[in-house]
Design a protein around this ligand. Structure first.
Ligand SMILES: [Zn+2]
Length: 445
């Protein structure tokens, strides 16, 4: 009897789960099959709600390491034309500290400073859990326990709007209850090829050609160039200029392909950070301080006891003019880097383009010189860290320019263009509302 009851409840539960999904699925069965150039994982959240179908589309593109001045410097005609047709920050956009790829990509989609969303660097330790996050560890990057905040795709999905990620930091983890409806798998070890870059454009367009009920309204597209060339050859090298212009051509191709869909799409092109030529060789912190008993990841130092932390702080305090050392709680407020134990304690902040690490590799392991180009520094004192910002589309005023602004402010602005209710974040819609045709005013429902 009990078994039968359980069986009946189970069948009822199965029906409850399947019935609401089955109806729209069968209605959508005639939809042309998506055959993406870049393989995508599908998470079926059902169709766009009728409300979502009435909203505009946003395609958010990131060009890794595309410094704020590259477009003008190298005459990137597609980006400069995008600026004329829409909005831009001619003096750049301020990345959040540290000006690193993972930290800032996740800031852009959550509106939170790195210490609030959790990715305080590309690789770091969580001293409370004793485990390490590394951008090269696909198990860690897909583990939602590392991430805080509500990424834009999760925000949209929770409000009945479908989304896709053609790569973005955090998009392979179920954060705030959702994955994107479609997402690609990122492998940090894969070198970008013209085919893999074109595949992202082809996928974006294929998704936008799905029937209105299915097509995503928010799509992120990530390109790892010209960061790679900036590191290897330096920001001013011909190879980096060529890579910047190559990415400009890709933006032009994407824009033409989006235009051909005749959909109301706002195209937003940003970068995560800039690039500067590094100076000198590695600075090894263990040359100045006894780091016995410390865990370390890069220049992040995790002392196990208060005595250790105070001792190393004192040993490093007057050690060099190339960095400043702070106890975690005393890191200056404008860095927004003084609350999260993942930041370590004490905290090292470089005063210039210096490559700093806790230790040289152990004997027998190969050591590499610092890369020619670097980033990660404080954008308030090193303007080469500033990032790019260009956008145009039906929601934006043509030819509008904005002064440098913090990238946390993109979140409420992007949410507004999609018609989403944004939660409180570290950003404010006021900063960019002057770029919006509706002035940032949400119409009464
Ligand atoms: Zn980089």
């Amino acid at each position: 009897m009990r078994f039968r009851l359980i069986a009946r409840l189970t069948i009822a539960a199965i029906l409850l789960v399947f019935v609401p999904i089955a109806a729209p699925n069968s209605a959508r069965a005639q939809a042309p099959a998506l055959n993406p150039a870049l393989p995508l994982t599908r998470v079926d959240h059902g169709p766009n709600s009728p409300w979502a179908q009435s909203q505009h589309y946003v395609v958010l593109v990131s060009l890794d390491g595309f410094r704020w001045d590259y477009a003008k410097r190298d005459n990137a005609t597609h980006l400069l034309a995008l600026a004329r047709r829409g909005v831009s920050a001619p003096e750049g956009m301020l990345p959040s500290y540290p000006s690193l790829t993972y930290s800032n990509h996740f800031t852009i989609v959550t509106g939170l400073y790195p210490e609030h969303h959790g990715l305080v660097a590309n690789s770091f330790l969580d001293p409370e859990r004793g485990v390490r996050y590394s951008y090269t560890d696909s198990q860690a990057t897909a583990d939602s326990s590392w991430y805080s905040g509500i990424p834009l795709w999760s925000l949209a999905e929770s409000q009945g709007m479908r989304t896709a990620s053609l790569l973005w930091v955090g998009s392979e983890a179920k954060i705030a209850g959702f994955l994107p409806s479609w997402y690609a798998h990122y492998d940090a070890k894969n070198e970008p090829t013209p085919d893999s870059q074109q595949a992202r454009i082809d996928d974006a367009v294929a998704l936008l050609r799905l029937p209105p009920a299915d097509r995503p309204h928010f799509i992120t597209v990530y390109f790892s160039e010209p960061d790679h060339e900036g590191h290897e050859f330096g920001p001013d090298a011909p190879q980096t200029r060529t890579a910047a212009l190559k990415m400009d051509v890709i933006v032009g191709k994407l824009e033409a392909a989006l235009k051909a869909t005749h959909l109301p799409i706002d195209l937003v092109v940003v970068s995560d950070h800039g690039m500067i030529k590094s100076e000198g060789d590695w600075i090894d912190l263990d040359q100045f301080a006894d780091l016995t008993g410390f865990d370390a990841v890069g220049s992040l130092l995790y002392g196990k006891s208060e005595d250790d932390r105070a001792r190393v702080y004192n040993q490093l305090k007057h050690a060099s003019s190339q960095f400043v050392v702070y106890r975690l709680k005393n890191v200056p407020a404008d860095l927004n880097y003084n609350q999260n134990p993942r930041e370590g304690d004490p905290v090292i902040v470089a005063t210039g383009p210096y490559a700093i690490r806790a230790h040289a590799p152990q004997a027998g392991q190969t050591d590499h010189s610092p890369t020619i180009g670097m980033h990660g520094l404080d954008p308030h004192i090193i303007p080469e860290m500033k990032a790019s910002f260009f956008a145009a589309g039906p929601d934006l005023i043509a030819g509008k320019t904005v002064a440098p602004f913090e990238n946390v402010n993109l979140y409420p602005w992007l949410a507004h263009m999609l018609g989403l209710h944004a939660p409180k974040s570290d950003g404010s819609l006021n900063i960019l509302s002057g770029t919006l045709r509706d002035g940032g005013v949400t119409p009464e429902k």
